[in-house]
Design a protein around this ligand. Structure first.
Ligand code: TYM
Length: 337
């Protein structure tokens, strides 16, 4: 198994990233046998697809590196790096731009969401960034990509690009790229906004009340959960009872994911209770879970040298691991080098 996944370093890590992705990264890392490997990276090159502030990018990159380590990514067990120190990603993207089709990119829902009504004014990087994402995983002969539901379409694109490239430029017995499989954790594949149960919890939501950040202190967590949007009904005893109640479903999903129990288990305990009882229980559970993470995060952030060393070492490993595939892609396309 070769596991690869990335996260954009835009602002602080939130509960959606943690429950939908990072916690699963840590579990995969800790259950890898001999010969298997995990690579986790900060997708900093993606930042220029949207208007961005360079000083903020630098700060967010270091913060995200510290946050990943605080959540349990161990640079001795996994390869942890940022894209900008591994130019192979951008190089391979250019090579794959020859294979990716305009029609495929036109179908990407994230481009539509992020460009909104201003498609003409969106950056070319926003349109082609799914190809960079394909390069991110294809560069390493990745077999498995742990991601939340929202990234599955990008993974399918990576598979389409790999398949077409192999068909067009490689022989059947010596494909250049491995087709990667997405894997989502069964629970918490989709954590929604605390203000609107139909929108995913996101770093780009202008309302801070919509998300729990991993560095929120206890009072902030309790306040955000208390103010989370709900409906007046008590919680049902069966999961079906949550079908048309997106906000209630979201809070129960969060509880189930954090407590690592099925939704049915949470409803067995809280079915019939109102939010007046459920919300404080959820808030306390979150505070206890986040406390050790935010303590470690603050310690790490104070040691810039150690963070730089972790990223430099990871990048050197990633460059070595990616080199053979990049060379094979150049060779297959007929470049003289
Ligand atoms: P990003 O930075 O938006 O999110 C990182 C990871 O967190 C998951 N996630 C969520 N899961 C559940 N509920 C949510 N509300 C939620 N919000 C985010 C995402 O699914 C993702 O797994 N383009 C990617 C980063 C990327 C990448 C890659 C991922 C770049 N290259 C290669 C995998 C492989 C992104 O913007 O994720």
């Amino acid at each position: 198994m070769r596991v690869v996944s990335g996260i954009q370093p835009t602002g602080n890590l939130h509960l959606g990233n943690y429950l939908g992705a990072i916690r699963n990264w840590v579990r995969m890392q800790d259950s890898m046998g001999d010969g298997n490997q995990c690579l986790f990276f900060l997708a900093d090159l993606h930042a220029i697809s949207m208007p961005h502030d360079p000083a903020e990018l630098k700060r967010a990159t270091l913060e995200m590196a510290a946050a990943l380590v605080a959540c349990g990514i161990d640079a001795q067990k996994s390869v942890l790096f940022n894209q900008a120190q591994v130019p192979h990603h951008a190089e391979l993207q250019w090579l794959l731009n020859g294979t990716a089709r305009m029609g495929w990119l036109n179908r990407m829902t994230q481009f539509k969401d992020k460009s909104g009504k201003n498609r003409e004014g969106a950056s070319a990087a926003l349109f082609t960034y799914p190809v960079l994402q394909a390069a991110d995983v294809l560069l390493y002969q990745t077999t498995h990509v742990p991601v939340g539901e929202d990234q599955k379409q990008h993974l399918e694109l990576a598979r389409d690009i790999a398949q077409k490239f192999n068909n067009d430029f490689a022989s059947d017995d010596a494909p250049v790229f491995t087709l990667p499989e997405p894997i989502s954790p069964p629970q918490a594949a989709r954590i929604m906004s605390l203000r609107d149960g139909s929108k995913k919890m996101s770093k780009s939501d202008p309302s801070e009340m919509s998300r729990i950040e991993l560095v929120d202190d206890a009072d902030t967590v309790m306040k955000k959960i208390k103010k989370a949007k709900t409906d007046p009904e008590p919680l049902p005893s069966e999961a079906e009872g949550l079908a048309d109640r997106p906000e209630a479903l979201n809070l129960v999903t969060i509880y189930a994911a954090v407590a690592d129990t099925p939704i049915e288990g949470v409803l067995r305990e809280f079915g019939g209770e109102g939010f007046g009882k459920f919300k404080p229980a959820l808030g306390e559970l979150l505070v206890e879970t986040l406390r050790p993470i935010s303590t470690r995060f603050n310690e790490l952030l104070a040691d810039r040298e150690a963070l730089d060393a972790i990223l430099a070492r990871g990048a050197a490993q990633a460059r070595d691991l990616g080199r053979p595939t990049l060379d094979a892609a150049y060779g297959a396309l007929g470049f003289v080098r």
